[in-house]
Design a protein around this ligand. Sequence first.
Ligand code: AP5
Length: 215
Amino acid sequence: MIIILFGPPGAGKGTQAQRIEKSRGLVQLSTGDMLRAAVAAKTHYGVKAKGKMDAGQLVSDDIVIGIIADRIKEDDCKNGFILDGFPRNVAQAEALDVMLAEEGVKLDTVVQMQVDDAALVDRVSGRYTCAKCNEGYHDTNLKPAVDGVCDNCGSTEFKRRDDDNAETVTKRLAEYYAQTAPVLPYYADKGILQQVDGMVAVDEVAAQIDAVLAA
Ligand code: AP5
């Protein structure tokens, strides 16, 4: 199964992708995580991407399309994958169709996560992740069971993203409406777009996504 989790910054794409990865054995492919790894490693692509990411703008299509085209050829994608943060514009959506056709597979479902703008800034500015396994948490909405200890791997080290501040989130949101939301009609026309309410609790969003994927 190949699915896209689609929504603005802070909609909960990464949170739900991690759940689906565990429940269905699909691999999470987050272009944001891949780009942050490239930035941290100071690769050629990472150096080019950093300025755009810090400014809340999209990284160039050739970089992200190249990253995804290479990644989906890897063995762990053979049973299916979850795209989280890709595609971000119509050109990327069209490129995805081409690369999936080359692999002889097809996109099953695009799940649009609907969240009010006002909630997004709070979600993103309160977000942190485990420095070891990348499990996601939030200062108030989603804390580890034991304070300061990752539920998933037991690590006591956590990190926050450079672009998770109110000013940059506002720019990322503007970029979402200008470039990414126009992708929705592309998938609606193909009859594979489904909506879930992303404003409810994490478990309830997961249940809605399960129902969509089971249909
Ligand atoms: P990326 O890393 O993709 O960030 P994003 O799309 O802005 O999305 P986020 O990761 O911020 O949010 P999310 O929806 O995953 O929310 P999460 O689950 O963490 O992109 C970063 C940058 O990389 C871009 O700005 C761009 O520069 C570049 N980039 C990436 N992909 C690109 C592409 N394809 N093309 C070009 N450039 C690209 O949840 C957020 C918080 O809310 C968490 O703390 C979580 O615990 C909490 N939360 C989640 N669900 C709920 C809930 N139901 N109720 C309450 N709290 C919740």
